[in-house]
Design a protein around this ligand. Structure first.
Ligand code: CP
Ligand code: NVA
Length: 319
């Protein structure tokens, strides 16, 4: 079993599939998991703001019989310069796991190096793996035949991410590579994802069948997509670049005409719309699409709870 979850790649494709199946079982039968983490405590360190991650991890621990501690990094001694290494070792003496939302990815790596308990990445500048595991769960639910839940439905489908090649783009590429789902990234040149992450996904994709396309062609890049996904143009920590990014992403808004280009004349269920949230309506997505019938953003948000319970059980349940 993996010790930590810093990245989707900490789980093998088989472990990703097991976790997706467990998340569905926990969602359908929460009563069977009420004591799974009884007596355990998760420390949650936040360097950045959060609604979904904070609430879903705290509620998830409670529902599994455990407890969560909210630790704003400004309020614990990290904010006064105590090292990550000492913090990891001290918290490991009290708690059974640590979830951290950080700026640099090296901070979660440092926590994992020194902690003696599992570390979960609740978003770093580089990756947001809990979010894209929940996205996979949500797509499986929508694409499986009614009344079923089959992770293999992702194989051969195409998720098209339109926007900044950021933490979301990286973790979507990773989850696509693990599950056999194709991922297209449509972004202006200069905002493409990290080539090292693209390379590792291409390599895994050769095993799983996932194909990757990176393009700045916003007209043709989306054609035939089964799902269009977007995220904010300026992530947390990039607030000062906001105005420049709005100019650079001109033409990349996900609107109804883009959704119709994705449908490309297909009949049957149309292209779905996803967003990790929070969304800026009128910027990266039109209100019409974000709040329209193709949008599954709140199913996605709900599944943060179920998939994270599955991740917590995978890493922390006593065997
Ligand atoms: N999607 C997501 O991680 O939301 P929060 O920033 O509210 O946690
Ligand atoms: N890319 C965004 C995701 C928020 C959930 C950010 O890092 O701010």
């Amino acid at each position: 079993m993996p010790r930590h979850f810093l990245s989707v790649t900490d789980f093998s494709p088989a472990q990703v599939r097991d976790c997706l199946l467990l998340a569905n079982d926990i969602k359908l039968h929460p009563e069977n998991y009420r004591q799974t983490l009884a007596g355990q405590t998760l420390a949650m360190i936040f360097q950045k703001k959060s609604t979904r991650t904070r609430v879903s991890f705290e509620v998830g621990m409670y529902q599994l019989g455990g407890h969560a501690l909210f630790l704003s990094s400004a309020d614990i001694q990290i904010g006064r310069g105590e090292t990550i290494a000492d913090t990891a070792q001290v918290i490991s003496r009290y708690c059974n796991g640590i979830m951290a939302r950080v700026y640099g990815h090296e901070i979660v790596e440092e926590l994992a190096k020194f902690a003696t308990v599992p570390i979960i990445n609740g978003l770093s500048d580089l990756e947001h793996p809990c979010q894209t595991m929940c996205d996979a769960q949500t797509l499986i639910e929508h694409w499986s035949p009614k009344g079923t839940y089959d992770p293999s439905v992702l194989r051969g489908k195409t998720l098209c991410y339109v926007g900044d090649g950021n933490n979301m783009a990286h973790s979507l590429l990773d989850v696509g590579a693990a599950t056999g789902m194709n991922v297209t990234i449509v972004a202006p040149k200069g905002y493409w994802p990290d080539p090292k992450i693209v390379a590792r996904c291409e390599e895994l994709g050769r095993e799983t069948g996932s194909k990757i396309v990176i393009t700045d062609d916003v007209i043709n890049g989306v054609r035939g997509a089964d799902c269009i996904y977007t995220d904010v143009w300026a992530s947390m920590g990039q607030e000062e670049e906001h105005d420049k990014r709005v100019r650079d992403f001109d033409g990349f808004i996900v609107d109804e005409s883009m959704m119709q280009r994705a449908d490309n004349g297909r009949t049957g269920p149309g292209c779905l719309f996803m967003h990790c949230l929070p969304a800026h309506r009128g910027e990266e997505v039109s209100a019409e699409v974000c709040d329209g019938p193709r949008s599954i953003i709140f199913d996605e948000a709900e599944n943060r709870l179920h998939i994270q319970k599955a991740i917590l059980v995978t890493l922390m349940a006593k065997r």
